[in-house]
Design a protein around this ligand. Structure first.
Ligand code: SIN
Length: 550
């Protein structure tokens, strides 16, 4: 089946939906979403969206906090533009109908999170992402120019170079033409042709055993972009959120940093506080510092968790400000008004990703990326809390403007006339060994948690790399022999993404931001640069393509 659109948007969080809404003014749009349209990391964002909203705050201060958190790796021009364009984009969200929490009779209630020198987090209590996502979907549904494809998953990008072996990788003819997409419900592969493709498929938290991310976060976009020859930057910077609920059934439920912003205090089992020993901002230190401090304290004491204490805050305030967190904790037997709750760090945000410029353009022509899947330079070596929704919003807006200009250019070549082959599954048959997928999946996530976590060492990284390489070979064989399913596609993506994280971590011979290694515990100015990974071998878009792992 062939579907032709001017714009193909892969992913349906804030970055994808912003792009789709704006792009629909310039042409037809398809939104492809792996699950239900609303199922994305955006839906679960609790904290909010950082933006300069008051006279006592400034773009310079927001930029300074962002750059400080990013530990010397932020691209300062990108930081300044995103901070500066933020408020206008936030106002557009409000015009669309997003209801941020207000103070009675006054303006918006602004929260504080780690690393911020001002209260500048707009929120809808602790369900900010849900409010944004559902409002945007309502707007999407009323646009005739947008067609949505829920339960459709990216297999691989189609580029000219991958169809014609005579084209050199990286040549001007190496451009995005669309993608092969799996209809998850029917297992049929569809060919999407598009003039412009936006990758907005989110991060890769599911690469780790414990994560605050939804099940969809399997690094699909990063892996597919890498296989297509896109540059991937700084994958070693995986952000661990310091406070996820510690309970076997809670699936690392996030306890928003705004809980600490409203006065929550981290304590050890015996009630003593410890963050003052690690940073002058105490419990509101940047996230890398807090997560490492908790990890250190847990290792020192042998305890399974630390505690977040909000019992000194009036109960009605906690219940009103954090209705979702309060109710969820209660469901698991913890009343946070009465007793401190047990918390642990968990993988939360992929700071590295597909390298893009100020307009979200990748090194592959007509392929853009925005949101968690990309590396724009905003986050550097450590993302400042609540800057991610902001990045998706601003960058996607800029990407649409740039894409519209490209489409208008006289020399723009549409892929619609090209004879693109349909998906070829070769001799693949249905698998009778699906257990291989679940075993490998579990093994990868455990390896990454044990050896590529908050504290790393060369020995642990090499150990992880050896094991991941074996698994990649096994998965490649499996992928070649059996008909693809969502599970096999996700497995090959988490395996490749795990490999990229390890490669980035092995390259960086220093500790900086979210990458801490016992072998190089200091920050080294010679490493004030990005790690870039790129597959320069020509890989055809067939069922055999898994990316270069050597
Ligand atoms: C949180 O609410 O703590 C998460 C916000 C973020 O990751 O930016």
């Amino acid at each position: 089946m062939l579907i032709e659109k001017d714009f193909l948007v892969i992913g349906s969080g804030i970055a994808g939906l912003t792009f789709a809404l704006k792009a629909s003014q310039f042409g037809s749009v398809a939104i492809v979403s792996k699950d239900n349209l609303d199922e994305s990391a955006t839906l679960y964002a609790q904290g909010g969206i950082a933006s300069v909203m008051t006279d006592d705050d400034s773009f310079e201060l927001h930029a300074k906090d962002t750059i400080e958190a990013g530990r010397g790796l932020c691209r300062e021009d990108v930081v300044r533009i995103i901070c500066k364009e933020g408020p206008a984009r936030v106002r557009e969200l409000i015009e669309l109908g997003v209801q941020f929490t207000r103070i009675r009779g006054e303006g918006y209630h602004l929260s504080r999170e780690g690393g911020h020198s001002k209260n500048r987090i707009l929120h809808a209590n602790d369900l900010t992402g849900r409010e944004i996502e559902l409002t945007m979907i309502e707007a999407i549904n009323s646009q005739k120019n947008i067609e949505v494809f829920p339960h459709h998953m990216l297999i691989d990008h189609i580029t000219l170079g991958r169809l014609d072996s005579k084209i050199e990788p990286g040549s001007s003819k190496d451009e995005a033409l669309g993608a092969y997409i799996l209809d998850v419900k029917t297992n049929q592969v569809k060919t999407f042709l598009s003039k412009i493709t936006l990758l907005a498929s989110g991060g890769a938290g599911k690469v780790y055993l414990y994560t605050s991310n939804p099940d969809t976060a399997t690094g699909d976009g990063i892996a597919a972009a890498y296989r297509a020859g896109a540059k991937i930057a700084n994958m070693e910077f995986i952000q661990f959120h310091p406070t996820c609920l510690y309970h076997p059934q809670a699936k690392s439920f996030l306890i928003s940093e705004t809980v600490r912003g409203e006065g929550g205090i981290l304590r050890l089992k015996d009630g003593t506080t410890f963050m003052e020993n690690y940073h002058s901002m105490g419990c509101l230190a940047p996230r890398d510092v807090v997560a490492r401090a908790i990890d250190h304290e847990m290792k020192k004491s042998g305890d399974d968790c630390v505690y977040l204490d909000t019992t000194h805050i009036e109960g009605y305030r906690t219940r009103e400000r954090f209705p979702n967190i309060y109710q969820t904790c209660l469901k698991f037997g913890f009343d946070m008004v009465d007793k401190p709750i047990p918390v642990v760090p968990a993988a939360h945000y992929t700071c590295g990703g597909v390298l893009v410029d100020l307009n979200g353009q990748t090194n592959i022509r007509n392929l853009f990326a925005s949101g968690e899947v990309c590396y724009s330079g905003l986050h550097g070596a450590n993302r400042l809390a609540s800057n991610s929704l902001l990045e998706g919003l601003v960058l996607s807006n800029r990407a649409v403007s740039k894409a519209a200009l490209l489409l208008k250019a006289k020399n723009f070549k549409s892929p619609m006339h090209l004879d693109i082959p349909s998906w070829d599954c070769g001799n693949a048959v249905d698998s009778d060994e699906s257990v291989v997928v679940s075993h490998n999946w579990e093994e990868i996530r455990r390896i990454m948690w044990n050896y590529v976590g908050i504290v790393r060492s060369d020995k642990r990284l090499f150990r992880a790399e050896r094991r991941i390489k074996l698994l990649l070979d096994e998965i490649k064989e499996y992928y070649w022999n059996f008909t693809i399913t969502k599970n096999t596609l996700e497995l090959r993506n988490i395996a490749l993404t795990a490999h990229l994280i390890i490669m980035g971590a092995l390259q960086r011979k220093e500790s900086r931001g979210l990458h801490f290694t016992l072998d190089y515990p200091k920050t080294d100015n010679n490493w004030k640069k990005d790690t870039i990974l790129q597959d320069t071998t020509r890989r055809s878009v067939t069922q055999t393509s898994i990316g270069n792992i050597s």
